[in-house]
Write a protein that binds this ligand. Structure first.
Ligand SMILES: Nc1ncnc2c1ncn2[C@@H]1O[C@H](COP(=O)(O)OP(=O)(O)OP(=O)(O)O)[C@@H](O)[C@H]1O
Length: 230
């Protein structure tokens, strides 16, 4: 089976041109969970932005579900990403003027394959809320009326809807205390397992290593950062 995500000999030059992020090899099989670890400023968010398509690499290969992104048109790339990836951003990026239900359903508007997998959107929202231990009564509330921890779990439900092949999560536990963090990571890992989604997790926190299969370290040197398995 093809990996969900495969990166080979990737290079990205940060603006200014002096420092480079290099990824010799990073692969993620279906259902596999990996963590990117590195000091502040080492390039963790930059690597997630390369995978999610916010940034483009200067060299090397990056393929999703066996498709090399540089060989697709911009429209094909956007569609593949919307279908293949659910993203949990550091600041959640929930839309404040929408309800919890509308936020969770939003990715389906742009992802036809994910939409096909969801037979009944409202039932799926309720299932995901229950799976993330959120009260169904929150469904019609504005997301701004929720606590930070609740918003974090809504952001995960939104990433998971329609079972994308890959979930990207940037520091998803940074606002949580250790007990809430462990519970949240167990819920996230269980839901990825149930959906068959691979997980690429960014964190400073070495305690999250217990829920992943592999770890990559962002190692900083004079010319930039190299991403190596550890
Ligand atoms: N637009 C930009 N132009 C120039 N340099 C940038 C730009 N964005 C980020 N950088 C630099 O790239 C490096 C990596 O930043 P990045 O945000 O990817 O690190 P990080 O590991 O995610 O950090 P943190 O853990 O603090 O979130 C930093 O040195 C940062 O100053």
């Amino acid at each position: 089976m093809k990996p969900q995500l495969e990166i080979n000999q990737l290079q990205y030059r940060w603006p200014g041109g002096e420092r480079t992020l290099t990824v010799p090899k990073l692969t993620l099989a279906a259902g596999e969970r990996a963590m990117l670890r590195g000091a502040s400023g080492s390039g963790k968010s930059t690597l997630l932005n390369l995978v999610s398509g916010v940034l483009a690499p200067d060299q090397g290969q990056l393929s999703l579900l066996g498709k090399e992104l540089s060989q697709l048109s911009a429209g094909q790339r956007d569609r593949l990403r919307a279908d293949a990836m659910g993203i949990v951003f550091q600041q959640f990026n929930l839309l404040p003027f929408l309800s919890v239900r509308e936020n969770i359903l939003l990715p389906l508007k742009f992802a036809p394959e994910r939409r096909k997998r969801v037979k009944d959107g409202h039932a799926e929202v309720h299932r995901l809320l229950a799976a993330m231990e959120l009260d169904a009564k929150l469904c019609d509330r504005k997301v701004t009326e929720l606590s930070v921890g609740q918003q974090q779990r809504v952001a995960v439900a939104r990433a998971l809807i329609g079972s994308p092949a890959l979930i990207l999560a940037d520091e998803p536990t940074s606002a949580l205390d250790p007990v809430a963090r462990d519970r949240f990571m167990d819920l996230l890992a269980a839901q990825c397992r149930e959906a068959g989604s691979a997980l690429l997790l960014v964190s400073h926190d070495p305690d999250l290593a217990r829920v992943v299969d592999s770890e990559y370290l962002l190692s900083v040197h004079d010319q930039g950062t190299e991403v190596l398995p550890c």
